[in-house]
Design a protein around this ligand. Structure first.
Ligand SMILES: [Zn+2]
Length: 330
């Protein structure tokens, strides 16, 4: 048993309470590699922002859970070395799909877990979530649950169609499960292809996707005042990164994300955690493709991973300062 407190990590309780009150959102960045971890920590330290480093089941399969936990421990030490004496870093399991996986993470240094029972019938979702909450709270680990279904593909999570969260269910669900935060579905989706061009409107040559269902968000806020709400699938898919990828040999067709103005708007509400994964993948891939195309004789991974890390850091800082508003909140 490794308790997260011994690693210098924190759970989400206090930071969410402050974020809901303060009208901003905490960034939840997925990571699989050392370079992503370094970029996340550098960005959080430079902007004095709390941060959630999250690991999906796919990340655990790719990098190994023990290595990721030690990277998170290293992240805390690294933040201190960079001049941040009391960093607020959460190690979170993204889309836990069973009690056993959540328990394994809780037992191995995670400070927060998500149990995603959103594909189950309502009563089964409650039963599973409650079981995880009861175990997690024994160790002061916070739990994110999900109601409603997001479309799209993310690692091993996929759904063809989205179903908005039903505001009439949220009080019953939150009360009976005891969850600490709730991921809802209001039109965001997983992956870099969130919308087809047919779903978008062409404004000044740019494809603008349909707006998020703010009416559903506000109805949920009314039912659960002050309760922390989470948005998944909230990458914006910056078109300049998509263009760079395509310019240097990539082939990404019609990759469309959530406009940042809408995420900024959502951050001011009870939404206090916004998940961003695809934007980091795009920033990394764009920088690597460009570097290798321009320097065909180079083969030292450090040469192309350095600009990749820089590009991710730039993106993380932009999100923190210009979209989520979590800078200077330590
Ligand atoms: Zn997700």
């Amino acid at each position: 048993m490794v308790n997260y407190k011994d690693l210098g990590l924190v759970n989400t309780r206090e930071m969410f309470a402050k974020a809901v009150k303060g009208g901003y959102a905490i960034p939840a960045f997925n990571f699989n590699t050392m370079e992503q971890m370094q970029a996340i920590v550098m960005a959080a330290v430079e902007t004095k922002s709390p941060v959630i480093m999250q690991v999906s089941k796919g990340a655990r399969n790719y990098a190994n859970g023990t290595i990721l936990r030690n990277l998170a421990k290293g992240a805390v030490e690294y933040a201190k070395e960079l001049g941040c004496p009391n960093p607020q870093i959460v190690l979170h399991l993204d889309h836990g799909d069973s009690f056993e996986l959540c328990k394994d993470c809780i037992d191995n240094g995670f400070s927060s877990v998500m149990i995603d029972g959103s594909s189950l019938p309502y009563e089964e979702n409650i039963k599973l979530t409650k079981k995880v909450v009861e175990y997690a709270h024994k160790y002061d680990v916070t739990v994110e649950a999900e109601l409603g279904v997001l479309a799209g593909v993310e690692d091993e999570v996929s759904a063809a169609e989205s179903h908005y969260t039903k505001p009439e269910e949220v009080v019953d669900f939150a009360t009976r499960t005891g969850c600490d935060s709730l991921a809802i579905s209001i039109g965001t989706s997983h992956g870099a292809h969130k919308f087809t061009p047919e779903q978008c409107t062409l404004v000044n040559g740019v494809l603008v996707p349909p707006p998020l269902a703010f009416d559903v968000l506000h109805a949920i806020e009314k039912k659960l005042p002050g309760f922390p709400i989470v948005l998944h699938g909230s990458s914006s898919v910056p078109q300049e990164e998509v263009e760079t990828i395509n310019k240097y040999g990539g082939k990404l067709d019609a990759a469309i994300g959530i406009p940042e103005e809408q995420l900024r708007e959502a951050s001011k509400s009870a939404v206090c955690k916004i998940n961003i994964d695809s934007d980091s993948r795009l920033a990394m891939t764009a920088a690597i493709r460009k570097y290798l195309a321009e320097n065909p004789s180079h083969f030292d991974p450090r040469q192309y991973l350095k600009p990749a890390r820089e590009n991710m850091k730039k993106m993380y800082i932009h999100k923190i300062v210009n979209v989520l508003g979590s800078d200077n909140k330590l």
